[in-house]
Ligand binder design. Structure first.
Ligand SMILES: [Ca+2]
Ligand SMILES: [Ca+2]
Length: 71
């Protein structure tokens, strides 16, 4: 699975650099994009992207999601 093409985007969202995207990081990203997004909504999105159930999005899960949703 080629994850490198998504690594730069992933790093932008993973603001604390721990290699996992949390619902909180996702919510603040949405805010920065001018989108009203509650942490609850962000948690919902994380759940939909989460493959292993740890409530965090890894680069691999992120890449898998992006690849699947690419037009
Ligand atoms: Ca993080
Ligand atoms: Ca996960």
């Amino acid at each position: 699975m080629p994850t490198t093409e998504y690594a730069a985007t992933f790093a932008l969202v993973d603001t604390d650099g721990d290699g996992r995207i949390s619902a909180q990081e996702l919510a603040s990203l949405m805010h920065n994009l001018g989108d009203e997004c509650t942490e609850e909504q962000a948690a919902e999105v994380v759940r939909s992207m989460d493959g292993d159930g740890d409530s965090r999005i890894s680069l691999e899960e992120f890449a898998r999601y992006m690849a699947r949703n690419r037009a």
